[in-house]
Write a protein that binds this ligand. Structure first.
Ligand code: DGL
Length: 270
């Protein structure tokens, strides 16, 4: 009974950690495609090809349900995967919708027509590919009206985090927030639309100021997954063992993951 959690690299560990705390009895197979990260600068076909290959590998581990804990894959590949690739007995879910449901004050899976919501000015920080896809705006428009979204593509942040260079990552966050402020001086809320960014949550909050509510996905995704599994208990697959798989250098990736989660994490080669 395992659930798969996928990311291009280490960012999905923020989601993994929250899910592991929320669902401690569910074995989780984490897959980081570190040798191909970052996805955020790739085109949609490339992201689709890499994501489908990784998800297939997780099916081999007994995961019938895979969470794309990667906004770039959720934005650029998920819809096409769901429409023409995922077999009927498997599920692949993304991380954008739980976040938008929280922002628009909806219960999980509430598909009622769009309505006015409290928040009117939203800053979206995401990878260049996620911003280019406009998937966030599309999903938001299904649920809310009258929300002004200003998107800031945060080039370089994922590379810096994957390299463990948090000083560079912080400097880049400050400069991306400055760029956002030039376009939207007073956002009410900010979306960290990349699963790597919660690792820089404080840097975003400091640069944005205390009055801005910063949304990040980990806990929201964990909560919506718990709700989903309650409604669809059969989607917990046959896998029995939690494990961490990477396409990258297992030792290097394990060291970085241990540093980020502050506990021993051992990756093996996918
Ligand atoms: N952490 C991923 C996301 O949420 C991927 C970032 C990347 O590989 O560029 O978008």
């Amino acid at each position: 009974m395992a659930v798969g959690i996928f990311d291009s690299g280490l960012g999905g560990l923020t989601v993994f950690d929250a899910v592991a705390k929320r669902l401690p009895d569910v074995p989780l197979v984490y897959f980081g495609d570190n040798s191909h990260a970052p996805y955020g600068v790739r085109d949609a076909q490339d992201v689709y090809d890499l994501t489908t290959a990784a998800v297939e590998r997780m099916w081999d581990e007994g995961c019938d349900l895979v969470i794309l804990a990667c906004n770039t894959a959720s934005a650029a590949a998920l819809r096409k995967m769901q429409e023409r690739w995922v077999p009927t007995n498997k599920r692949v879910l993304g991380v954008l919708v739980p976040l938008i449901e929280a922002l628009t004050e909806r219960s999980w899976g509430d598909n009622s027509p769009p309505r006015e919501v409290e928040v009117k000015h939203v800053a979206l920080f995401a990878t260049p590919a996620t911003v280019a896809s406009r998937a966030f705006q599309r999903e938001l428009a299904f649920r809310a009206i009258g929300v002004d979204v200003e998107a800031q593509a945060c080039g370089g942040v994922v590379d810096a985090i994957e390299d463990g260079d948090m000083i560079l990552a912080e400097a880049l966050v400050r400069s991306h927030v400055e760029a956002l402020h030039r376009k939207m001086p007073s956002p009410q809320a900010a979306i960290l639309g990349c699963t790597h960014y919660p690792l820089m949550h404080q840097a975003f909050q400091d640069a944005l100021g205390p009055e801005v509510k910063v949304y990040s996905q980990a806990d929201l995704v964990a909560e919506s997954l718990a709700d989903y599994l309650q409604r669809h208990p059969k989607m917990i697959g046959s896998g029995q063992q939690s494990k961490f798989l990477t396409t990258g250098d297992a030792r290097k990736v394990s060291d970085r993951a241990t540093q980020f989660l502050r506990r021993q994490i051992q990756f093996e080669v996918a």
